[in-house]
Write a protein that binds this ligand. Structure first.
Ligand code: FES
Ligand code: FES
Length: 161
């Protein structure tokens, strides 16, 4: 299979890459060094590989890289840094929503997609939004509380973040 040349814009930075037609976006992102995108199951079951693709949360293991040609991709690391975390990242870290951290990038992406479309979700809506994200450690309660707290903080800051 001949490689295809595509352009992926990841966290604002354009990359021109040659990809095999069957290469998943997950594999290509990790090969490019975006290892905050986690490889948990490679079959759409765990949500650890979630990224925003043109603003929509997708499991990158279920997307072929060429399907993301010319798209804007955001990984969890693209939302905030250790020094300047996004309120969702800050809330998860401060309020016990992280234990081993493996699921966290996917949870951050799911939460960001939720709060972008619904800035004031109920706990049930948060639970639904992260229903595709497997966490083996926390029991989800503190993750839901963290996302609720992040929503409040973003609202206090005047919305968009
Ligand atoms: S690695 Fe993609 S959903 Fe698990
Ligand atoms: S914090 Fe360990 S899998 Fe979620």
């Amino acid at each position: 299979m001949e490689p295809k040349r595509i352009t992926l814009t990841i966290n604002g930075r354009a990359h021109q890459v040659a990809v095999k037609p069957n290469a998943t976006l997950l594999r290509v992102l990790r090969d490019l060094g975006y290892t905050d995108v986690k490889n948990g199951c490679e079959k759409g079951d765990c949500g650890a590989c979630a990224v925003l693709l043109n603003g929509k949360a997708v499991n990158s293991c279920l997307v072929l890289a060429w399907q993301a040609d010319d798209a804007q991709i955001t990984t969890a690391a693209g939302l905030g840094t250790v020094d300047h975390p996004h309120p969702i990242q800050e809330a998860l870290a401060d309020r016990g929503g992280i234990q081993c951290g493996f699921c966290t990038p996917g949870i951050v992406i799911a939460a960001k997609a939720l709060l972008d479309r619904n800035p004031h979700p109920t706990d049930e809506e948060i639970r639904e939004a992260i229903s595709g994200n497997l966490c083996r450690c926390t029991g989800y309660g503190l993750i839901i509380e963290s996302i609720r707290w992040a929503a409040e903080k973003i609202a206090q800051q005047g919305g968009e973040r």
